[in-house]
Design a protein around this ligand. Structure first.
Ligand SMILES: NC(=O)c1ccc[n+]([C@@H]2O[C@H](COP(=O)([O-])OP(=O)(O)OC[C@H]3O[C@@H](n4cnc5c(N)ncnc54)[C@H](O)[C@@H]3O)[C@@H](O)[C@H]2O)c1
Length: 440
């Protein structure tokens, strides 16, 4: 697919080319045997799972694999021996050019935007893990770039397709509990670190290209069990704490069901910032403008770590009711709806469980939905036009935990915390020069 071709033009061109039997890969819906050639950035951990799920689509051919850890790259290459392998995604996109049609990004959070924007700049549709980005500004830029280029995108929130979550969305929109005035959402996971800055460093493992792993972040020595793999989540320079990690999944259904937009403000209760890790426990309050499914305004309260789950009394639940470790509770004018994480919704009114009609929900494969869209069929439901504003709202809470107790007044149009310039400065970072990407 030509880099400058927009999708609508592209599909038109595909139809014209089909007449001559010569089709580029993306959009070849007319030819059932055609393949979508994919490139994957980050193929260990969740990236391995994303790779297998995307490749399980019968029209996918894995063409390129990229990982900064050669051990993880080799393990993935064993599964897809025909794919070319790379350590640096910039080299991969430059070398593969029109030999790949679409890209998946499953790296640590701080590399989502640079890798995804590089793919978009090369005209590739993108699947990108959650949260969409590490910085608020990056989420805005990815959304705008995907819209401008009219490319199919999907954020990696597979629960968005889960029948229980879609059923809850439908029940809320059908008015099962009336208009919603408040949502409580929580995760008892602890992806924070309250300790001091690190000392005593370790040799970089032979398999790891540490400078590439750091990417846009400032250089620093390596330390075992702190960054790679997985532990980066706890650290402000790389991850987004429990709110960014689990909040995206748990925020998703209320955000979608209530058709929320940008919050009016956010305020966190947590320890003072250390500049190193995210807080180990954290409570964030937001207020959103009202929508057709809410009262005139809507309060949203998030609880994580040892702050989760929140106290269950005064919520209209049966006496002594124990909330699950992760989930959300919609409080409506006519009762409340509990949505335990990845489990069926339950409705309560007057302190009792209430039997309600449950809408039928058809199965949906979140990964294949994106592949199909790349092939010209349908639209992904967690595209960047949806995932961008959801991520912006969530990351505002992450910024707020650097200013505990202060209400951050949010102007989403201007992308500014209007009452606290120091918070506005945390919406955007300056990348290391070598890793700067056009558009971010
Ligand atoms: N949707 C879900 O349910 C779910 C679950 C787990 C993780 N995730 C998301 O997946 C992403 C990865 O998380 P993880 O737990 O697998 O982390 P991880 O650290 O275990 O794995 C990251 C992988 O990316 C590779 N990598 C790191 N930097 C890279 C770069 N610049 N270029 C290429 N490869 C690079 C690493 O070597 C590793 O193989 C995160 O964004 C996380 O939020 C989503």
């Amino acid at each position: 697919m030509s880099r400058s071709l927009h999708r609508r033009d592209f599909l038109k061109t595909s139809a014209a080319l089909a007449a001559y039997g010569a089709l580029p890969a993306v959009g070849r819906t007319a030819s059932p045997g055609s393949k979508l050639r994919t490139a994957h950035v980050g193929v260990g951990g969740m990236g391995g799972s994303d790779l297998r799920s995307i490749a399980s689509h019968p029209q996918v051919e894995v063409a390129a694999l990229c990982d900064v850890d050669s051990a993880r790259l080799e393990a993935a290459a064993k599964l897809f021996p025909q794919a070319r392998t790379f350590r640096d995604y910039r080299e991969m996109f430059a070398a593969m050019g029109d030999k790949v049609d679409a890209a998946a990004v499953s790296t640590p959070d701080h590399t989502h935007a640079p890798a995804a924007m590089t793919a978009l700049n090369h005209g590739k549709p993108v699947y990108c893990q959650k949260p969409l980005t590490h910085e608020v500004h990056e989420a805005r830029q990815l959304r705008l770039a995907a819209a401008e280029k009219d490319l199919p995108t999907q954020m990696g929130i597979q629960v968005h397709a889960h029948p229980a979550y879609r059923r809850a969305t439908q029940m809320i929109q059908d008015g099962v509990i009336g208009k919603v005035s408040r949502v409580l959402a929580w995760s008892n996971k602890n992806w924070g670190y309250d300790g001091p800055a690190f000392t005593k460093f370790d040799e970089v493992p032979e398999t790891l290209a540490w400078n590439l792993w750091l990417g846009t972040a400032e250089e620093r020595p390596f330390k075992k069990s702190v960054y790679h793999p997985g532990s980066w989540r706890r650290l402000v320079d790389f991850g987004t704490g429990t709110l960014g990690d689990m909040g995206v999944h748990i925020f998703d259904t209320p955000y979608r069901a209530l058709q929320l937009t940008a919050p009016l403000w956010a305020r966190t209760t947590c320890r003072e910032p250390t500049g190193v890790g995210h807080p180990e426990k954290n409570t964030v309050e937001y207020e959103f403008p009202g929508t057709q499914y809410t009262t005139s305004t809507m309060r949203w309260s998030w609880f994580d770590g040892a702050d989760a789950p929140p106290p269950a009394d005064k919520l209209g639940l049966p006496e002594g009711f124990k909330l699950p470790g992760q989930g959300s509770l919609f409080v409506g004018e006519g009762g409340s709806l509990l949505l335990p994480h990845v489990s069926e919704p339950q409705v309560f009114a007057d302190g009792k469980l209430r039997e309600v009609t449950r809408p039928e929900i058809s199965p949906l494969n979140h990964y294949h939905q994106w592949v199909d869209a790349c092939l010209g069929k349908g639209e992904p439901s967690a595209h960047f036009g949806y995932a961008g504003p959801l991520t912006e709202a969530l990351l505002l809470g992450v910024v707020a935990n650097r200013f505990p107790g202060q209400k951050l007044q949010w102007d989403a149009d201007q992308l500014q915390v209007t009452n606290l310039p120091a918070a506005s400065e945390l919406l955007r970072k300056t990348p290391r020069e070598d890793f700067a990407v056009k558009g971010l």
